[in-house]
Design a protein around this ligand. Structure first.
Ligand code: ATP
Length: 318
């Protein structure tokens, strides 16, 4: 049976089908609260987190081609494999298989998000690839369908489609938006030299807990959600927390000095982002953020410093 034609269908198809090139911008994430529960039988830890998308972006350009190819520039160039292990290509292939279209595209990744930094750059790139290829190939999946594919690619990928500030449960893939009036928060991001492997950081947390050397878990995020609603950075600062921080610091003791330097320079709080080693600092305003960034640079305790705001949208066409 032929589907009925509806006014606008042809326009919609030609608009979608006509794209020769699309560009998607995707943010990094930090975790305002990351509570890590016990190890599950499937090898993942149950987590309860509040994700927050910050204005530090990767950009993915997708062009029509008759093969699938990925190139890149920026952070991680020469280090990050551009073969089928790359999350960009895994996402493109997953979408093509789902939609039964050939996985043909020339993709270029411009990376600002550091590798293995605890900012979910790989997951961000997967989210960008889903949005870009969906548009390039004229598929038109709904946000829910894209989120389903995203969850199969990695725990943080659904959030990177979504953006903003959101609660993540399960292994982080179940995302629900945090209801708070939009607020601009000022962050300083201190990027370390070299990354930390996420599985190693979780394993270190398990080890610290087994020997009774881990601090009390940060617990559910109720006070953090209340703090977001108050829209006061001093209140939010007191509610930030990350169970992975002691593990990241145990593997990389130099992070203590980074955290101390930022707080001594006037940050309201400093914490390790996700599995680290990136540290993030909450500032009262843009001027204080600049002071903190300058102090971190002058002390030479990190490789790069970014001044950013949050929350921002997830993977979007630009
Ligand atoms: P997470 O906190 O989500 O575990 P992270 O921010 O610590 O991640 P990522 O930069 O996301 O670290 O990458 C972790 C690993 O994923 C990298 O070391 C790399 O081997 C792999 N990877 C695959 N594709 C990508 C990509 N496009 N960008 C970054 N890493 C990728």
């Amino acid at each position: 049976m032929t589907e009925a034609w509806r006014p606008g269908d042809d326009d919609e198809r030609s608009r979608r089908g006509a794209r020769a090139s699309v560009k998607v911008r995707v943010p990094a994430k930090i975790n305002l609260r990351l509570a890590v529960g016990p190890l599950r039988p499937d090898g993942y830890h149950e987590i309860n987190t509040v994700y927050h998308a910050i204005a530090l972006y990767d950009e993915l350009t997708a062009r029509r081609a008759d093969t699938l190819i990925l190139t890149m520039d920026g952070e991680g160039t020469g280090e990050l494999a551009l073969d089928d292990s790359n999350l960009v290509l895994r996402a493109a292939r997953a979408l093509a298989a789902h939609a039964r279209v050939p996985a043909h595209a020339r993709l270029h990744l411009r990376k600002q998000i550091p590798l293995a930094g605890g900012l979910a750059g790989g997951s961000a790139d997967a989210a960008a690839a889903l949005v870009a290829c969906d548009e390039l190939w004229g598929i038109g999946l709904s946000r829910d369908e894209l989120a389903g594919l995203a969850a199969g690619l990695g725990s943080d990928v659904p959030f990177l489609l979504h953006g903003g500030t959101a609660l993540g449960t399960g292994r982080g893939e179940a995302v629900s938006p945090v209801l708070a009036r939009p607020t601009t928060w000022h962050w300083v991001v201190a990027v370390a030299d070299g990354g930390l492997s996420t599985p190693q950081v979780y394993a270190e947390l398990d080890r610290l807990r087994a020997v009774g050397a881990a601090p009390a878990p940060v617990g559910p995020a109720d006070d953090l959600l209340a703090a977001l609603r108050q829209r006061d950075p001093h209140v939010l600062a007191g509610a930030l927390g990350n169970d992975l921080q002691p593990a990241a610091v145990s593997l990389r003791p130099a992070l203590t000095r980074v955290l101390e330097t930022g707080v001594a320079a006037g940050a309201l709080a400093g914490l390790v982002s996700g599995s680290g080693p990136t540290c993030v600092f909450l500032a009262a305003d843009g001027a204080d953020a600049q002071t903190v960034a300058d102090a971190l640079t002058d002390a030479g305790v990190c490789r790069t410093v970014h001044l950013v705001h949050g929350a921002v949208a997830g993977a979007r066409l630009v």
